[in-house]
Design a protein around this ligand. Structure first.
Ligand code: CP
Length: 316
């Protein structure tokens, strides 16, 4: 694999999923592959799971790591071309990306959307500028519109835990107090469209995802109908795509509760985390044996390792 910005970069999804699950059984099988290779981790936004799991994955492969919180420790980044830099930004992305790339063999970046302008966010300018000016393989640690490392993890988790050949997987919107990006939902939907699952999305009216990520998913505004017979419930809040970045409702009836889980086929509960308890999901669900969120987050390490291994094999 040459880079990992979305599912489009994955030549063979089932092979990558199998690789991730194989690495889980034997994480130190390629300890020399990353020798003398450096992974640069750039964060413009907070992270717990993505940061630590990607670091651990790189260590498992024998890589060195450089991490920088650009939002706290870097110069303010200018991304426009031809601008007079007499404002807050002290460094242009052209130099910043090129400089960082000299110290690294693979670069990974997290950059969230501003949720003010749909066209600008969905153009992914910052991510693509880093790709353009770094000229080394780039991994998305979650961008404006997608979170592919999370989605690979989610496909791996469903693959290892499914009890039927084609499980029913439901992506359900849940309430939140903040306007959150569509990235996790977009990405999960994109990957589920390529997986052997019966995929359903449920959300209140006005929360339809972009058609290119929604794909062939069945969409219903009736959460109870969606939950009926489900094998996996994947909860996530996102702000509106149509009324871009807006919170249209915080209806607590959409929270995931034990009463909702009873409608399912004893479904396992998934969430990318962090999850706000008793807002997105009730304690009684998150603390129940049906919740697999901790096991799911554990798989982040092996998803990242499968991606790094594939890129290292390409550049070695
Ligand atoms: N799921 C996820 O990406 O978690 P972090 O934001 O903590 O990295």
């Amino acid at each position: 694999m040459k880079q990992f910005l979305s599912l489009d970069d994955v030549p063979n999804l089932s092979a990558l999923v199998s690789q991730g699950l194989q690495l889980k059984k034997d994480p130190f099988s390629d300890q020399d592959l990353g020798k003398n290779k450096t992974l640069g981790l750039i964060f413009l936004n907070p992270s717990l799971r993505t940061r630590l799991s990607t670091q651990k994955a790189a260590y498992n492969l024998g890589m060195s790591i450089l991490t920088m919180d650009f939002d706290k420790d870097g110069w303010g980044l200018e991304t426009s071309d031809g601008t007079v830099m007499n404002g807050k930004a002290g460094e242009h992305i052209k130099e910043a990306a090129a400089v960082v790339a000299q110290y690294c063999d693979i670069l990974a970046i997290r950059c969230f959307p501003l949720l003010k302008n749909k066209e600008q966010d969905y153009a992914e300018k910052l991510l693509l500028d880093f790709q353009r000016y770094s000229k080394i393989p780039l991994i998305s640690l979650e961008s404006n519109t997608l979170h592919p490392l999370q989605s690979l993890t989610d496909v791996m988790t469903i693959e290892e835990r499914k009890k039927t050949a084609k499980p029913k997987v439901v992506l359900t919107w849940a309430p939140h107090i903040k306007a959150l990006p569509q990235a996790v939902a977009n990405s999960f939907s994109q990957w589920m469209n390529q997986a052997e699952v019966d995929f359903v999305i449920t959300h209140p009216q006005g929360y339809d995802l972009a058609e290119k990520f929604r794909g062939n998913a069945k969409v219903t505004y009736d959460q109870n109908e969606a939950f009926s017979g489900a094998d996996f419930i994947y909860a996530k809040n996102w702000s509106s795509y149509e009324s871009y970045g807006q919170i249209l409702t915080q209806d607590p009836k959409w929270m995931i509760t034990p009463e909702k889980m009873i409608l399912t086929n004893q479904a396992e509960f998934m969430h990318c985390l962090p999850a706000r308890r008793n807002l997105v999901v009730a304690d009684a669900v998150l603390d129940s044996p049906q919740s697999i969120v901790i096991e799911q987050s554990g798989n982040r390490e092996f998803a990242a390792q499968a991606v790094l291994k594939s890129i290292l094999e390409e550049i070695s």
